[in-house]
Design a protein around this ligand. Structure first.
Ligand code: ZN
Length: 282
């Protein structure tokens, strides 16, 4: 049964550069109930990060923001944090690849502790840059991603991947990595194309940016996917991504038009979310 829960699986909230809690209130006013709150980069928090402590500091800010959302709005926020590929590339440029790589490995232990303490509900974003980089950096990003996938397998921890533009072939490549990493069960491809069955066959759950076309295409294929906006909450970049109301609006509109059944809505917004993140949604 659908409890009318509606989850945005990938949302950023930025109290320094964006609407902050107002964006969350827009989400709930449209019918949204749960948010997987993905940490912004350390720089977005005003931290020029170089070391583990700097990142830990940024992680604490995202965790604290989730607490504020939970106490001051009707939404339930579940924080996840990681090591964004653009941060990895930036650090490699500023301090050398070796420093950036070993920092990435050290952060894994911090993330493991936060996850075990249930202060975060998953790891992300981690992966590969969406812009072209030198082959050395790309190889290093893949090696680091492999280490993160292995740890996710050990911990049975959800992990949200940020990568270049994805296709069927890319899912096949990812499948090979997932197998080598020991088959982590909770790999989520953030910003996925509407290929839920293909993703699932490759051991991955697709999290699909909730444009009308993408969700209509996905649901014809399979309900095994998550919905997201990748809302970045930056007032200097309006329209860069979908707004905070998109997931609830799209869901309710598609139910009304009979494109999405309540059963499928329950699966997408409730069953899959509670399974992946270990959340008791009641
Ligand atoms: Zn994001």
């Amino acid at each position: 049964m659908w409890n009318e829960f509606i989850t945005d699986n990938h949302m950023h909230i930025d109290p320094l550069h964006g609407l902050g809690l107002k964006a969350v209130k827009q989400f709930t006013s449209a019918g949204g109930t749960h948010i997987i709150l993905v940490g912004k980069t350390a720089r977005d928090w005003g931290i020029e990060a170089k070391n583990v402590d700097d990142f830990q500091n940024a992680y604490e800010k995202t965790i604290h923001l989730a607490d504020i959302i939970n106490s001051e709005t009707d939404a339930k926020a579940y924080p996840i944090v990681g090591f964004h590929p653009s941060e990895f590339i930036g650090l490699a440029g500023a301090y050398g690849l070796e420093h950036a790589y070993s920092l990435g490995l050290d952060l894994l232990d911090i993330l493991e502790n936060l996850y075990e303490e249930r202060r975060i509900y998953g790891i992300g974003e981690i992966g590969r840059p969406h812009f072209p980089v030198d082959v050395k950096l790309l190889d290093a990003s893949n090696n680091l991603l492999m280490e993160y996938l292995k740890r996710a397998a050990d911990l049975n921890c959800p992990i949200q991947l940020h990568t270049e533009h994805f296709t069927e072939e890319k899912f096949d490549e990812l499948f090979v990595m997932v197998q080598h990493a020991g088959n982590p069960k909770k790999v989520i491809k953030h910003f996925s194309p509407p290929l839920p069955t293909k993703a699932q066959e490759c051991g991955v759950t697709a999290s699909i940016v909730s444009s009308k076309d993408a969700i209509a295409t996905a649901i014809k294929d399979s309900p095994h996917f998550l919905m997201e906006t990748d809302y970045i909450d930056d007032i200097t970049r309006p329209g860069a991504v979908l707004g905070p109301k998109t997931v609830p609006k799209r869901t309710l509109q598609f139910i009304e038009r009979g494109i999405l059944s309540e059963e499928d809505a329950a699966y997408i917004h409730q069953d899959l979310i509670s399974y992946l993140y270990g959340i008791d949604m009641g």
